[in-house]
Design a protein around this ligand. Structure first.
Ligand SMILES: NC(=O)c1ccc[n+]([C@@H]2O[C@H](COP(=O)([O-])OP(=O)(O)OC[C@H]3O[C@@H](n4cnc5c(N)ncnc54)[C@H](O)[C@@H]3O)[C@@H](O)[C@H]2O)c1
Ligand SMILES: [Zn+2]
Ligand SMILES: [Zn+2]
Length: 383
């Protein structure tokens, strides 16, 4: 089959690789209809991880079940399904607790597995024609048959639940004010989730115009951090007050004001968003941090950053009595309810999608998405 293969930093190619097979009776094979490129793929694409050449990317997958193993009972050939980016077993202690992002079965020696991702287990990615899904009854979220809402449902594999997770980690409640740093796909979905949860005011901080425009289109207040200190801009709009809650949807590759849209190591300030959030959020508030931080970053900007050791204003955090929560999204905790919001017409996360291209066009789409060019916000690949 054809698949997107990582070659070297800033280069992927579409190549022939082995077709996936049922290797365990609980597996299913999915014929992919949509697979998205994620900001998380860019960490690997840019060579900022230990990803080896040859890895097939793709953790945001949906499609039609082509084949099932003999022990798969609930899902049937022909079912339309979307797969959480987390690969999970459903029976380990963490899965039983609802923490499917920290499954201890699927990636032995580590808590958490994913398709097509470095250090996340042996699971081949779905930016390809077919995908092997283990524990298929547990991992496949069934969708209405047909082709309706394809782009909306594709967002259920990662970014809609992850944005919602950001709102959940920050404990966002009706009537509150929230500052979301990052208006990439995850930040836009976090802002959208805060609005769905009834937040009164949502600020969205970024410096990519098309992304800030999308934030404004859903009713968030755009803040361009190239224009002035984002903390001051938010406080100016709020009569000197900060916000009740804050969300980091940027992660460790955060850049300083005035940097190019692409970022680049010279502009990178890995702790800037965490410290901005500590300044932005009012005393007794909470910070949700779905943005990615890593314990080892060989390309980090300093010796400490290479170890994932970041300097944050913990004294100020303590003084303000702020809570913070982090981590991979447990997609399965939210995806069925978010699917039902889409079916009911109460959520349409596809506003974030900027480009839908064929699988063969993936290499060019990676280049443009990485440079945040031409409004590349979220790309869906169709094999
Ligand atoms: N926790 C999870 O389960 C999970 C899942 C998916 C993605 N992620 C992570 O979430 C983060 C965002 O993902 P994405 O797909 O939206 O990525 P993205 O790279 O497309 O978006 C990040 C955005 O942050 C902006 N940005 C950079 N520096 C900033 C700053 N100082 N202040 C405000 N904005 C700034 C960039 O301009 C960009 O638009 C990534 O770190 C990704 O790895 C986490
Ligand atoms: Zn993703
Ligand atoms: Zn598990």
């Amino acid at each position: 089959m054809r698949a997107v293969v990582y070659k070297k930093p800033f280069e992927v190619a579409v190549e022939n690789v082995d077709d996936p097979k049922i290797v365990h009776p609980a597996d299913a094979i999915i014929k992919i209809t949509s697979s998205c490129i994620c900001g998380s793929d860019l960490h690997m694409y840019e060579g900022r991880t230990a990803a080896e050449p040859g890895i097939v990317f793709g953790h945001e997958n949906m499609g039609i079940i082509e084949e099932v193993g003999s022990s798969v009972k609930e899902r049937k050939v022909g079912d339309r399904v979307v797969l959480p980016f987390n690969v999970a077993c459903g029976f380990c202690k963490n899965c039983l607790g609802g923490f499917t992002g920290f499954c201890t079965t699927v990636n032995p020696g580590f808590a958490g597995g994913a398709y097509g991702y470095v250090s996340m287990g042996p699971w081949v990615g779905g930016q390809a024609e077919y995908l092997q899904v283990p524990f298929a009854d547990f991992n496949c979220l069934p969708l209405p048959a047909g082709t309706e809402h394809e782009a909306d449902f594709a967002m259920l594999a990662d970014i809609f639940p992850t944005g919602y997770h950001g709102a959940e980690l920050a404990d966002v409640r009706a009537g509150e004010s929230v500052a979301v740093y990052g208006a990439g796909p995850v930040g836009l979905m976090a802002a959208y989730s805060c609005i769905i949860r009834g937040a009164a005011e949502v600020y969205c901080v970024d410096h990519v115009k098309e992304r800030l425009d999308k934030a404004e289109s859903i009713g968030a207040i755009p803040i361009n951090y190239d224009e002035a200190d984002p903390v001051e801009q938010i406080k100016d709009k709020r009569g000197g007050q900060g916000t009740d809650k804050g969300i980091d949807a940027v992660g460790y590759q955060a850049t300083s004001a005035g940097s190019s849209a692409v970022g680049g190591e010279q502009d990178e300030v890995p702790n800037i968003v965490l410290n901005n959030l500590i300044e932005t959020v009012n005393p007794t508030g909470a910070l949700g941090i779905p943005g990615l931080y890593v314990p080892s970053d060989p390309g980090g900007v300093s010796d400490a950053a290479k170890r994932g050791a970041l300097s944050i204003n913990f004294g100020k955090l303590f003084e303000k009595g702020l809570r913070l929560a982090t981590g991979q999204c447990n997609v399965k905790r939210y995806n069925a309810r978010l699917r039902d919001l889409i079916i009911a017409g109460k959520a349409s996360p596809d506003f974030v999608v900027s480009h839908e291209v064929s699988l063969e066009e993936a290499p060019g789409a990676y280049v443009k998405f990485d440079r945040r060019e031409e409004g590349y916000t979220k790309v869906i690949l169709h094999p």
